[in-house]
Design a protein around this ligand. Structure first.
Ligand code: SF4
Length: 352
């Protein structure tokens, strides 16, 4: 018998770009950041203690440009520190380095990351003059208790106000969030995601909290006053929140940290839901939730063929084929195929 059932899920018109995109990252670890968020030690995460000078930033851009194909949309990205906390002249010195590359059209624009409480109209006007188009704020949470316990030094209002100003000046807003900070629960994390959507962000990054050596959070962890999320909790929270962002057309630029070798060899990572393939685990779990109904069938004499969007085949089969293996407990044979008519998390299937 052949049946085909459309299990169509919500449509999500993901933004299509004609050009492929590449960032040239210039990492300024904790440069001039006047704060100490309890989870942060950017030197350990990046293994970079030296901050590149503007002159070195120029060399980084040239080196990267030599390796990126010509038909890419290229952005210079000042990451890692809190860019707008730098003295104005230093900000301008870095931004100035990028200008010849923008003028020659080798690079289209600049993105920066910073804190919500270091944004004002003068700064935004200056950034605009230097062709900055994208501003990412480390929001981390919109819950005031979580922000306070995490030593962020700003509250929810600061995130909302900065977001409004950034949007009013016509920048593309990104709001990054963390999961499992002290005081965070699934409900507060979900509320943060809803706020990120409501504040008009176009992009986000989701980082489960890790306990990094030489941070105040490490001390709390060692004293038994902080318990990180387990890997399965972090994957479950991410699954829900990622799906919410996709439904609301927010581009998720990154899920989980991709730190250096020293970090992952446990030299600096003390505890927390770290996995080299964290994003894959989360995206595979989204499909596990989608396919769960089929896994509850008992069709040991039947085969099943599941059609999924081309770009979701890998996630649908699952990390290490875990979704396919679950289905194989209930079906004689399981085949995944692609169907270009399907989008996002739509799938169809047939039994035979
Ligand atoms: S504001 Fe950013 S760079 Fe500064 S301590 Fe906090 S997380 Fe680290």
């Amino acid at each position: 018998m052949f049946t085909q059932t459309n299990k169509s899920i919500e449509k999500n018109p993901i933004k299509m770009k004609t050009l492929r995109h590449s960032n040239i990252p210039i990492f300024l670890p904790q440069l001039a950041c006047p704060h100490q968020c309890i989870f942060c030690n950017q030197n350990h995460i990046s293994s970079q203690n030296d901050v590149p000078t503007p002159h070195e930033a120029h060399s980084i851009i040239e080196r990267n440009l030599a390796t990126i194909p010509k038909n890419y949309d290229i952005q210079i990205a000042f990451f890692g520190g809190s860019f707008t906390c730098l003295p104005l002249e230093t900000q301008k010195a870095y931004l100035q380095v990028a200008q010849p590359f923008i003028k020659s059209k080798q690079v289209s624009s600049i993105r920066i990351s910073t804190r919500p409480d270091y944004i004002d109209d003068d700064i935004l006007r200056m950034l605009k003059r230097y062709h900055v188009t994208d501003i990412e704020l480390g929001a981390q949470s919109t819950n005031n208790t979580v922000l306070k316990l995490s030593g962020r030094g700003h509250d929810r209002n600061a995130i909302q106000k900065a977001s409004e100003q950034i949007n009013a000046h016509g920048f593309q807003l990104g709001l990054q969030m963390m999961l499992g900070l002290p005081g965070d629960t699934f409900q507060t994390a979900l509320q943060t995601a809803h706020d990120i959507i409501a504040f008009g962000a176009k992009t986000t990054r989701i980082y489960p909290t890790l306990v990094v050596a030489d941070t105040p959070l490490a001390k709390l962890y060692e004293q038994g006053k902080y318990t990180p999320l387990t890997l399965s909790q972090a994957v479950a929270w991410t699954t829900e929140i990622y799906t919410l962002f996709v439904k609301n057309n927010i581009t998720v630029l990154k899920v989980g940290l991709h730190p250096n070798k020293d970090f992952t060899s446990n030299k600096y990572l003390l505890a927390g839901p770290f996995h080299q393939s964290f994003k894959e685990l989360a995206l595979s779990n989204i499909w596990y939730e989608r396919l769960k109904l089929l896994m509850q069938e008992n069709c040991t004499n039947q085969s099943i063929t599941i059609f999924v969007p081309e770009n979701e085949l890998h996630n649908a089969v699952g990390y290490n084929s875990q979704n396919r293996n679950e289905l194989l407990k209930k079906y004689k044979n399981v085949t995944f195929c692609t169907d270009s008519a399907l989008q996002d998390y739509e799938f169809t299937y047939c039994n035979n």
